[in-house]
Write a protein that binds this ligand. Sequence first.
Ligand SMILES: [Zn+2]
Length: 491
Amino acid sequence: MQNLLIKNATIITVNGKNEVIENGSIVIAGKRIKDIGPAEEIARKYRIENEIDAHGMVAMPGLINGHIHTIASLYKGTMVGFGFEKTAGEDTALAFRATPEIMLAASRLAAAEMLLSGTTLANVATDAITFEVSSQTAEALGQAGMKAFVQTAIADIFGPTDYDADAQLAEAEKLVLEYRGKFDGRICVSLGPAGDISTSLKTMRHLADLAEREDLVVHMHVFPRWPTGIFSLLFRGRSPLGLLKAGKLLNRRLIAVHFLAANNGDIKTITKAGVSVVHCPSVWMNAGIGPKHWLPIKSLYEAGANITLGTDSCGGWIEGSDMFTEMRNCILMSNFLYGAGSLKPVDVLRMATIKGAMALRLENETGSLDIGKSADIILLKLGRLLCQPTSDIPAMIVYSASGRDVQTVLIDGQVVMRNRELLTIDGGKILEAASLAREELYRLGGWELRADSATPPATSWLERYPNKGLAKWGTRWAEFKRLFEKQEREP
Ligand SMILES: [Zn+2]
């Protein structure tokens, strides 16, 4: 077991007391943090030759991306400025065309983006029903040295597939059996009901039992009100949270993504149930949903809900899947909506680290720099003229830093990026394969890509779904649109 010393760093522990150690050192033994403290004290106690001198740098826990679609790393520059309905529709119509080769190339690019911007653990939302496609993400992130949760999608009503419920559950169970704990325990599997509206109660209950039996988390998009709440009521006769409750999914295992426009009753329900919520500010800013539909982060925070951050599909619109962008957009939107200082920088830092670990039930393993935890550590060099001079490091990280400031990344004590050089993967080869995969994906999707524009086919995206039963709804698109617009007008 090799020891490694990171010395002379400003250490942002994100531990229970949010301790900051100026000029501190971290001792790593194998995969774990063996000691942490003032540099002088550590120097007296240990003699370690293998060291990283982090003078002038910040050491902090690796960032945890609470929700990412790896396919979106191929979307760059193509869904800019689309509204909600067009974004969600075109995104899924494209994502479900991904072949195993396309998903592998996209996920490798997403892994490179995440490592380069300091993400060590990713909670991946699926874009595929099949084991064959979903397992590519596990392979890509596992080979890159990352930690990740992967899943298959389960959507047996209104789903983008002709697979029946049993076939979909079989694919999900196969991923659980073959990938849980693979890559030296770095890859885990979650369950992925595609949404309240598109998963039957019978299937939800089956998934709830499976989660309990195999000790898994359930990671899904949840919209208690806007924009799809009305569809649950219309087509299923229950509210979205009512469906989840009846499906036995409303519990501590659930990671509910987006939770837009939730009201006080919704907040009370999920807080009581111990559900974690993932906030993805950038995608909703891009979709221009407006303040009325925003995640009520202040009320959720005050109610004591576990809130984490994710990039969602923003690899498609913003530079890579950079969690620093999410931290900055989270705090700026909170200042904008609820008044300056409504969230503190350290609150947001916790959302991007330890709270992500809590959602994934890994808070005793990672998410903060504590003795005994995994050595998932990033080193930031905040020496850029644009970031200096400064003194309040948490404020600096949340308001000013970017993924480009990340110098070195360790996962389970292994250095996977050193001085911005990726050590586990070849960025050049990844980009080459991703460019070809992107061309192929957009060709399959029927898009027209030009140097100054990206245009999807003129038909409704529902008509382009592989599920023929669902495609017929494409011809009734005008009705769906009226429903969306009606909700928009309602106070
Ligand atoms: Zn998503």
